[in-house]
Design a protein. Structure first.
Lengths: 369, 216
């Protein structure tokens, strides 16, 4: 647990970066500090490992005040990931990752073995171990940064905009993999970001801060979307709140999934026409995995081929959220959303009307988090 | 060129070359060792930097001959003592390298320094294990300038009668005989090139991590 108790940071010129912050980041959870630039989120983060000293107030690490600790020893207990990874350019990837264990007195040999495991754990090939940071892309460097922070197996991690310096596709991948990693390791993490979507996607709880270094609201992502504390939070969380909050509502059998007749590639136009509901028929492969939608009229005498497929529909998992289900229906050319099981095999289809009915029927659906 | 003369004087020339090497290399190493903490100090403090770099620049403008003559008074050495030359050239080396070391430390990316601190390196650990190693390319570039400059400055000491390759110049002028002068110049140039090459190799050995630039 990391706890802020009445923490203030004021500079000699009178600027107040953080103003009386009270906040608790529970053990094993990912707490996100989010807010516009100048809200003091990074200052707050850096006060935890005392890269910045608070002017007043106390920060506790598992109920011990950090102010009495040796700063260097305190920092060795906390993994730290920064925006551009900040890797040591003169060390190989494996030695970068092994830095903390060696600093803590572990043998070079042991530290390197552990580092190699971590490099693979964050999704990099072991062959990268002997490379130097400049030989890696920004996204790869960021993975190394995460591995380096994890190397000493710290109970706490601080992450300062860890995914914001890479392109959106890589960012999405890094976020997904990080969520998976965190579900395995369960560290007590505080992450800073300016990106509310990232905060809502990753956070177990989200602290929204306003300019002047005050906490505006601390809540779970779905609570932020459904009951923002004030206008500032509502504005900051942004538009489409109603739609986005569906992303936290599990479908959990609330929506009726309809049967859908299917054909396979190679089917004749007649067969496709016979199976079609309306103008569209769903095409699956040998193991009932959806491939796309087709219009029998376009097959024109021949057989059903890949080029006839319309790929615009997105399949939703039956275990997913209302938002994914609704999106599946809306993105499908037939307006019937494809629903699959955990192996990607077809269960059936839903319409937007079905989903909306389910939403209206149960105003207090169980939330995902 | 009188090759026969060169052959007869071979032992003397080797002796002079040996002294020249010593008088160049010892101040280079001493100068670097002194410049490291001074450069670090200049890098640490915004107020000290202009002061140290300013004084260093001034020192470098003092004519070498004047320094060779003045130092015995300050150090209490004899005017013919080679120690004067070592001291003078160390001063020049420090003057050149203080700024170089400060700039080398400044060249280390801020992210890197911050990461070292955040991972729990104490400031001396960060300096020795991160900042100096990362600053090596800048320092060796400065060291190359200092090495070549020392090779030429040493020869001025011939005017005081301290043996090194410069002695060949004075001898040649006195005898109105060009062979020793040409031999001295050639040996100075070769020595400078060898020292330069050695520093380049040392730099390459210390920085296997720098991006390989394709030779153009």
């Amino acid at each position: 647990m990391i706890k802020f108790e009445n923490v203030t940071k004021a500079y000699p010129d009178g600027t107040v970066a953080v103003d009386g912050l009270n906040l608790e980041a529970p053990t094993g959870k990912l707490t996100i500090l989010v807010g516009p630039s100048g809200c003091g989120k990074t200052t707050s983060l850096r006060m935890i490992n005392r890269l910045i000293e608070p002017t007043s107030g106390t920060i506790y690490l598992d109920d011990q005040p950090t102010s009495g600790m040796d700063a260097a020893l305190l920092r060795r207990r906390i993994g730290y990931v920064i925006q551009h990874a900040g890797l040591f350019p003169h060390r190989t990837i494996v030695d970068n990752v092994a830095t903390m264990p060696i600093l803590l007195g572990e043998s070079r040999q042991k530290a390197r073995t552990k580092a190699l495991e971590l490099i693979e754990r964050v999704g990099l090939p072991a062959s990268f171990a002997k490379r130097y940071p400049w030989q890696l892309s920004g996204g790869q460097q960021q993975r190394v940064g995460v591995a380096r922070a994890l190397a000493s197996d710290p109970a706490f991690m601080l992450m300062d905009e860890p995914f914001s310096a890479v392109d959106p596709v890589v960012r999405g991948q890094l976020q997904d993999e990080f969520l998976r990693l965190q579900s395995e390791i369960g560290k007590t993490i505080i992450m800073v970001t300016h990106d509310i979507d990232e905060a809502l996607k990753l956070g177990d709880q989200v602290a929204v801060m306003r300019v002047g270094g005050k906490l505006a609201q601390m809540a779970s992502p779905s609570e932020l979307l459904t009951s923002p504390a004030d206008e500032f939070v509502a504005d900051f969380v942004g538009r489409d709140r109603g739609y986005r909050s569906l992303g936290f509502t599990k479908t959990a059998g609330a929506v009726a999934i309809g049967e859908e007749a299917v054909v396979q590639l190679g089917a004749s136009a007649e067969e496709a026409r016979a199976k079609a509901t309306g103008a569209w028929v769903l095409v699956v492969d040998g193991s009932r995995k959806p491939l796309g939608w087709a219009q029998p009229e376009q097959i024109a005498g021949g057989e059903l081929k890949r080029e006839h497929l319309n790929l615009s529909g997105i399949a939703a998992a039956a275990s997913g959220t209302m938002r994914q289900l609704l999106d599946a229906a809306l993105s499908s050319p037939s307006r019937r959303g494809v629903v699959v099981n955990e192996h990607g095999e077809l269960i059936g289809t839903v319409t937007a009307t079905d989903v909306v009915k389910a939403i209206e029927a149960e105003p207090h659906l169980e939330t995902a988090r | 060129m009188n090759i026969e003369w060169l052959g007869r004087q071979f032992d003397t020339i080797v002796f002079l070359l040996g002294w020249h090497v010593l008088l160049t290399v010892i101040p280079l190493i001493l100068g670097l060792l002194i410049a490291l903490p001074l450069g670090w100090w200049a890098h640490r403090s915004r107020r000290i930097y202009p002061l140290l770099v300013g004084v260093a620049g001034l020192l470098y403008t003092v004519p070498s001959l004047a320094l060779f003559v003045l130092l015995p008074l300050v150090l209490g050495t004899k005017i013919l003592d080679p120690l004067n030359i070592v001291a003078a050239l160390t001063i020049y080396t420090v003057a050149l390298l203080v700024r170089v070391v400060a700039d080398a430390l400044e060249s280390v990316p801020e992210d890197t320094v911050q990461a070292a601190k955040a991972m729990g390196y104490r400031s001396w650990q960060s300096l020795l294990k991160v900042e100096l190693p990362v600053g090596v390319p800048v320092i060796s570039a400065g060291l190359r300038v200092a090495a070549v400059s020392n090779v030429s400055l040493v020869s001025v000491a011939a005017l005081l009668g301290i043996p090194q390759l410069g002695s060949l110049f004075t001898q040649g002028f006195q005898l109105r005989f060009f062979t020793p002068i040409i031999a001295g110049i050639l040996l100075c140039v070769i020595l400078a090139m060898i020292l330069d090459g050695l520093i380049i190799l040392l730099n390459r050995w210390l920085t296997p991590w720098t991006p390989k630039v394709v030779a153009s």
